[in-house]
Design a protein around this ligand. Structure first.
Ligand code: PLP
Length: 411
């Protein structure tokens, strides 16, 4: 393994517990990751030593809290290569996608425009667009997914060809297929077809597991979430081109996000504060800042290399079980840590329940990707996802549980 996973495992208290008398094997990090001690300490530290509100305080505690909050923005911006004022904190990636839908899509698109997205998107990236379409009447075109789990980019070129696509929404890494999409290539194709096209990327599954440089991707918006990258729940971010944010009206309004208020109206604070109405998630930002430090210290290229090794072993192991077939690309270089599969004759919920009795946590269901489920011709899949604290010891319990599920339910 590329770094010392045993040492890392000790940083995650939950991983030392047992369930049903068995060692916990956590294979659901694509849903939410575990939390390392430095993140717990950072949040605890805020509540114990400097709990106060941010930005307006003139006393020491408030300055410390503000430093934690703004420090997290600085760290996150550095992690993804973005300028600080291009990082807006949201409560999660879903809110980041909604911010784009409300403050850009709804303000700029009309019935003659076209939006391009894909069949493998998470609902967070498509439902705000479907909702906006009800009011605005634009057309949505869908890039299909090929048999091998990759986007059909030839078809994408055809869908872009008439130059009418004004907005592209695409995921960086699929939470079901694991596919890593060439978002830089798609952004370039979209701009070639229409130089005014805006590109929004759902980076929720990418940032936790690989180095990401948002400006280098050449995209306009990039959504992420803290709880899948060792951070706490309740905080995410929209990373955006500052020039674009400057032109956008607020999404939520109220305290903190104004410049001035009179009985006649209000004016908006400079970015990014304009998009952060009300008391923000201060403890969560402290935790997210610590999570960024934690990932930076390990190195996201190390995390990626580690996951690729694990994914290769997990794919091989899964394919040795009769009746198992894996969705998505077979080559670990083309995919992230989420591995969805089916087991002939066994419902994914039965797989999940059997694995639970072996101490193994996997996710089963539609994974908030119903268009993709329809495309795959299934109602649900089982999904095992690995992260930096998993190792090869986590594979045998998964395989043992699957063998048991196969003999109990199918054979
Ligand atoms: C690809 C993808 N996009 C968006 C989301 C939504 O993230 P959140 O629930 O933190 O808003 C998820 C969460 O599962 C995801 O996997």
């Amino acid at each position: 393994m590329s770094f010392d996973v045993q040492t890392r495992k000790k940083d995650f208290p939950t991983l030392s517990r047992e369930v049903h008398g068995r060692r916990l094997v956590y294979l659901d990090s694509a849903a939410t990751s575990q939390t390392p001690l430095p993140v717990l300490d950072a949040m605890d530290g805020y509540y114990r030593t400097c709990r106060s509100n941010v930005h307006r305080g003139v006393y020491q505690l408030a300055e410390e809290a503000t430093d934690l909050y703004e420090g997290a923005r600085r760290k996150l911006a550095a992690l993804v290569g973005a300028p600080e004022h291009g990082v807006v904190f949201t409560k999660n990636a879903t809110e980041a996608c909604n911010l784009v839908a409300y403050s850009w899509v709804r303000r700029n698109l009309g019935p003659d425009d076209v939006v391009l997205t894909t069949h493998m998107e998470h609902h967070a990236n498509i439902v705000p667009l479907l909702h906006a379409r009800e009011d605005l009447g634009f057309e949505i075109r869908w890039i299909p997914v090929r048999e091998d789990g990759q986007l059909d980019l030839e078809e994408a070129a055809r869908l872009l060809d008439d130059g009418r696509v004004r907005f592209v929404a695409v995921g960086h890494v699929s939470n079901v297929l694991g596919t890593i999409n060439d978002v830089a290539g798609i952004a370039a194709m979209a701009r070639e077809a229409n130089p005014d096209c805006i590109v929004h990327v759902d980076g929720t599954q990418a940032v936790p597991q690989m180095p990401v440089d948002v400006p280098a991707l050449g995209v306009d918006f990039y959504a992420l979430t803290g709880h899948k990258m060792c951070g706490p729940t309740g905080i995410g971010a929209l990373v955006a081109r500052p020039e674009l944010l400057e032109q956008m009206p607020p999404f939520l309004t109220g305290g903190e996000m104004i410049l001035d208020v009179t009985t006649e109206g209000a004016t908006w604070a400079p970015i990014p504060g304009r998009f952060e109405a009300g008391t923000p998630m201060i403890a969560e930002a402290a935790g997210l800042g610590a999570a960024v430090d934690y990932l930076t210290e390990i190195g996201l290229d190390e995390v990626r290399a580690h996951e690729q090794q694990l994914v290769a072993a997990f794919l091989e192991g899964l394919e040795r079980i009769e009746g198992v077939s894996v969705h998505g690309p077979r080559d670990p270089a083309l995919r992230g840590g989420a591995i969805s599969f089916k087991l002939d004759g066994v419902h994914p919920h039965d797989i999940g329940a059997m694995l639970d009795s072996y101490g193994v946590c996997v996710r089963v269901g539609h994974h908030c990707t119903k268009p993709l489920m329809r495309h795959l011709g299934v109602n649900a899949t089982a999904r095992a996802s690995v992260y930096l604290y998993n190792d090869l010891d986590d594979l045998p319990p998964l395989l043992e549980g699957l063998e048991a599920a196969a003999s109990f339910f199918a054979r």
